[in-house]
Design a protein around this ligand. Structure first.
Ligand code: ASP
Length: 346
């Protein structure tokens, strides 16, 4: 695109608080029409770019998120990819980090910004954080670098004042406006008086490779959070699920688990059934290092894969994506040990 080209931005409204309104009778938040939404944000007209918007026919609270909606979002982006310079996806905060992670894997060789945002207060409310989040996200989606290329050609979450890589982000606050954090990767930009980009952290696409959207996901996956006192019967019931293809173990500290023989035996049995077992930490910050303690080493020896410094959102969506596309366990394990969209630090 030429430097002089007027950016075209597509807003995609999927649902969530940002587009909700309070039912005066019940006090509950309900979805409202996207055209009304535009009236609440007259500032949209002040951008000198072309901004178009489309919405899910039935917007959803993001607690109802399902892989089929990620496929729908990926399809919308793919269908409009050539006509727009950037995308702003409006989404509920509850599962926003899962969606941003899933899309980061599904939109291969993405060369345009996909900025996911939402709000803690509906856009119609006086103290809403939604306007700020929306307007700054649009500005980021339209930003160019010195070469006239999109400044942030990644799937990101913008919230409050930070632009974060989507697959590094987690919701950490159900109350404050500062609701998201990226514990293991520095923000890509801060929005204050100026929007300051940390350009060396931003992923630059290999322009020779064409954009390749993917639409296959396999949700035969499970997350098991360890806790002192976890019962054998509970573990057995979880692992007995038919068709199970991958288990994420949320372990302690740097990737440690109980040394009980029955527990390790179950892990070995899973791996013998060709189920992929990935180790991530319950700690938000830091990485899994299974060789550090005996309690981690035994998992490594049993064949458990390192999840490194993944967020739970990134690891589960990466597994769904890889299971949806790859046949061989060996190939999936190789990709789990590779950063495919900047999701892990190796
Ligand atoms: N439950 C809402 C949702 O995730 C909360 C929000 O939008 O922030 O859709």
């Amino acid at each position: 695109m030429e430097h002089t080209h007027t950016p075209h931005i597509l807003i995609i409204y999927t649902g969530g608080t940002i587009g909700m309104i309070e039912n005066p009778e019940t006090g509950a938040l309900e979805n409202f029409d996207f055209e009304q939404f535009r009236h609440h944000v007259p500032e949209l007209k002040r951008f000198n770019f072309q901004i178009d918007a489309l919405a899910f026919e039935s917007p959803i609270d993001s607690s109802d998120m399902e892989p089929r909606y990620w496929i729908k979002m990926a399809r919308i982006i793919a269908e409009h990819y050539e006509s727009y310079d950037g995308f702003v996806l409006l989404h509920g905060t509850d599962t926003m980090a899962f969606t941003a992670s899933a899309l980061s894997f599904m939109l291969e060789n993405l060369a345009k910004p996909v900025i996911v945002t939402g709000s803690q207060l509906p856009i119609g409310q006086l103290r809403t954080d939604g306007k700020e989040n929306l307007l700054t996200s649009i500005e980021i989606a339209a930003a160019r670098n010195a070469e006239g290329k999109p400044m942030v050609p990644e799937v990101c979450i913008f919230f409050e004042s930070k632009l974060m890589r989507g697959n590094r982000t987690t919701k950490i606050n159900a109350e404050g406006f500062n609701a998201f954090r990226s514990f293991n990767f520095a923000p890509l930009a801060y929005a204050g008086i100026h929007i300051k980009y940390d350009e060396h952290l931003i992923h630059q696409p290999k322009h020779a490779k064409p954009f390749k959207p993917h639409f296959l996901l396999d949700n035969n996956v499970l997350i098991l959070t360890l806790f002192p006192g976890i019962r054998k019967e509970v573990v057995d019931t979880c692992f007995a699920v038919n068709g199970l293809r991958a288990v994420i173990l949320k372990t302690y500290g740097s990737g440690n688990a109980p040394q009980k023989p029955w527990f390790l035996e179950r892990i070995r049995q899973l791996i013998a059934r060709d189920v992929i077992v990935v180790n991530i930490s319950q700690c938000y910050k830091g990485t899994v290092e299974m060789h550090r303690y005996e309690t981690g080493l035994q998992l490594l020896q049993a064949g458990v894969i390192n999840g490194y410094d993944s967020t739970v959102e990134a690891v589960i969506t990466k597994l769904m994506f890889l299971l949806g596309h790859s046949q061989s366990t060996k190939e999936i394990i190789e990709k789990m040990n590779t950063s495919i969209a900047g999701e892990i630090t190796i």
